[in-house]
Design a binder for this molecule. Structure first.
Ligand code: F3S
Length: 399
């Protein structure tokens, strides 16, 4: 692999032990994937932030990198933590867990990482532009960045994203290269898809059809008339979770779709495929639901405004988490949405989400509009799930 002189200096330790370690990680990755050189990145998103996932082993790696003088060279933001940093007691988080989580946040902060704790960095100030090379490690955000924005990133792991932050570069392979951004299969959607849960079910339906075919090619999706940012963040999370996709094209909606001819090989998704995918994420009844959560991926301010509208003057009867980024919560405070929502008994869970918080086994069944949340509610937290449209999820909390 061809390294520039500064990259070579990083590798030999001239920029300190943490930068050396970071460049070793990237050089090894580059060798594995046959990269010929590094590419400078302008933005990094680091995942693997919850103390629930990291434990002491992960924390000790981060502390070692911070002690070794590691400093982010480009704008670097963080995925959700395992708790609301300011309001963790209200979510039933133990002081022991909080102490570990604070040490994680502190290690990242020492490295100059912006401790934003959100999986929608593109709604909170970390917004690359079209064609920019970045290194992001959150599967839903990676898919959003590549597909919706047209930025270029591989699906980084926590260590490789941190390594990119500390060096300002990443190996040039995968989605950084034009030839790997070409679609192989057309997916024609012959169904009406308009709500977040339906877009989530569409992502699962596509992922499952590809899995049956034993492949994970990049797809061009046709037949979607319109999709809001909220719909797209839901879809990206779902197709990344169920289809392992880091990118797709959507005709008339994503920027690179117009530049590539739709492949001749066509896969059809009909209403019944979406209905089957939707039904597969409903294995509980309303009577089972004792936990309601919206915000996977993190809620936009428009979605929070809608929650406030529907909860105004009412009381929720179930544990209801509103998961979002801290800056979005602050706008909600200013607009009076927070006061309305909290008066209803619902709880803000900023900085975190119902998947990365340590709540395994705490509830029986989750109601949500997120296909991704359904996947992890079942596989990680052992909850049953009810997938519904956004407004119906709120009605579920009031039942
Ligand atoms: Fe974000 Fe948590 Fe969902 S990190 S995409 S809200 S699983």
């Amino acid at each position: 692999m061809q390294l520039t002189s500064i990259e070579q200096d990083m590798l030999t330790g001239k920029h300190g032990p943490a930068t050396k370690k970071a460049m070793e990680i990237l050089a090894a990755l580059g060798a594995i994937y046959g990269a010929e050189h590094m590419v400078p990145v302008t933005s990094v998103q680091i995942a693997g932030v919850s103390y629930d996932n990291l434990g002491e082993a992960g924390l000790s790696f981060l502390s070692e990198m911070a002690d070794g003088g590691g400093k982010a060279r480009v704008l670097t933001t963080l995925n959700p933590a395992g708790m609301d940093i300011e309001n963790w007691q209200a979510l039933g988080i133990s002081p022991e867990f909080a102490e570990g989580q604070f040490r994680v946040i502190e290690a990242f902060a020492r490295m100059g990482v912006v401790t934003s704790c959100t999986c929608t960095p593109y709604l909170s100030g970390n917004v690359p532009h079209y064609g920019e090379h970045i290194a992001w490690a959150e599967s839903s955000a990676v898919c959003y960045a590549n597909s919706v924005i047209g930025a270029r990133t591989n699906r980084e792991g926590g260590p490789s994203a941190l390594a990119a932050a500390l060096t300002g570069c990443t190996p040039a392979y995968g989605y950084h290269l034009d030839e790997n951004r070409l679609p192989r299969v057309s997916v024609d959607v012959r169904a009406t898809v308009s709500s977040n849960d339906a877009f989530g079910a569409l992502g699962k339906a596509i992922g499952q059809k590809l899995e049956v075919a034993g492949e994970k090619p990049l797809v061009t999706i046709t037949g979607i008339a319109r999709a809001s940012v909220d719909n797209l963040k839901s879809f990206c999370a779902s197709i990344a979770t169920y289809g392992g996709a880091a990118m797709f094209h959507m005709a008339g909606i994503t920027p690179e779709a117009a530049q590539v001819a739709p492949p001749e090989r066509i896969m059809i998704i009909a209403d019944e495929d979406i209905a089957a995918a939707h039904a597969s994420m409903n294995d509980a009844s309303s009577d089972d639901v004792d936990f309601v959560s919206l915000g996977c991926p993190h809620l936009s301010i428009g979605e929070i405004a809608r929650i406030a509208e529907l909860l105004k003057g009412k009381r929720v009867k179930k544990e209801f988490w509103i998961t979002t980024a801290r800056p979005t919560r602050q706008i909600a405070d200013r607009m009076g949405y927070t006061a309305i929502i909290e008066a209803s008994g619902a709880k803000f869970a900023a900085d975190t989400c119902c998947v990365v918080a340590p709540i395994k086994g705490r509830f029986r069944a989750l109601a949500t509009d997120s296909a991704k949340a359904c996947y992890y509610a079942y596989s990680k937290n052992k909850f049953k799930t009810v997938l519904k449209p956004f407004d119906d999820v709120i009605a579920e909390a009031l039942r």
